[in-house]
Design a protein around this ligand. Structure first.
Ligand code: FAD
Length: 232
């Protein structure tokens, strides 16, 4: 589990609309666990900024990034440079009567820090399991475990979750009182990611897969299921 609370730093204190700050460890962990893609921001060796989308896994208070040793991003990050990782969940279209007040309901996390390469083989294997279980909880136990060669052929970086913030927008649009009488629909269209019917590849043994039920649940039910890390 996490060693201590998240204390906002000078860089992670939410100043713009601070009422939307939700930088508790619990909300940061919940947003990270529900997301599938993070965006990694860093300044490359050429001095230019890059923001690269990638998968991630979380084990306690460590965020893991992984990939090929040939990845420019991973090689650059392993140099111990300052990075910024974001995860964004979109919960709804916020449709106001005025164009100006249109918005999105969201939950997002920003993590600042420096990643280091995970060298310990056992820790690396655990991180690789976390990547698989992050997508489908319980799946790592079913799948063939990575071989020693596969572990060696994967770069794993660990980013401690020490300096992080979470920001959340919920609720209906905030319309001007004078606009409420306009003949324009106002409200929220909820959004969430939805898993389709599994498509077998037709190879190997004819097993069936039930997708994790939370992927077809609505927002609150899905969040509750993820919080309990229900296996399939
Ligand atoms: C889906 C989505 C759509 C958005 N659309 C817009 C838009 O169109 N225009 C707009 O101005 N803003 C938008 N925002 C909000 C935006 O992310 C910033 O919060 C906002 O622009 C203020 O930026 P700032 O640098 O002034 O914040 P500051 O409050 O000065 O940022 C200080 C620190 O607060 C933290 N922080 C800031 N924003 C976030 C965040 N979203 N999540 C987690 N931590 C954060 C970071 O640690 C940051 O370093 C959107 C956010 C999301 C998730």
């Amino acid at each position: 589990m996490r060693a201590g609370p998240i204390t906002p730093s000078e860089s992670t204190t939410i100043r713009r609309l601070p009422a939307r700050a939700a930088s508790t460890w619990e909300s940061i962990a919940a947003i990270l666990d529900e997301g599938f893609v993070c965006h990694v921001g860093f300044v490359g060796a050429d001095g230019r900024p890059y923001v690269i989308p990638t998968a991630y896994g979380r084990v306690d208070d460590v965020l893991f990034l992984h990939g090929s040793p040939a990845s420019r991003m991973l090689r650059t990050l392993a140099g111990g440079i300052d990075i910024c990782v974001t995860v964004t969940l979109i919960d709804g279209f916020v449709l106001a009567r005025s164009a100006f007040h249109h918005s999105l309901n969201y939950r997002s996390v920003v993590v600042l820090g420096r990643a280091v390469e995970e060298q310990d083989a056992a820790a690396k294997a655990a991180a690789l399991n976390a990547f698989v279980d992050h997508v489908v909880p319980g799946r790592a136990a079913d799948a063939r475990a990575p071989s020693a060669l596969e572990v060696r052929k994967t770069t794993v970086l660990r980013l401690p979750l020490r300096e992080a913030s979470a920001k959340v927008r919920t609720g209906p649009p905030v319309d001007e009182p004078a606009d409420l009488g306009l003949p324009v629909w106002g409200g929220v269209v909820p959004l969430w990611l939805h898993a389709g019917r599994p498509e077998p590849d037709g190879q190997g043994t004819a097993l069936s897969l039930t997708p994790p039920h939370y992927l077809n649940a609505d927002g609150p039910a899905r969040r509750a299921a993820i919080a309990h890390r229900d296996p399939i």
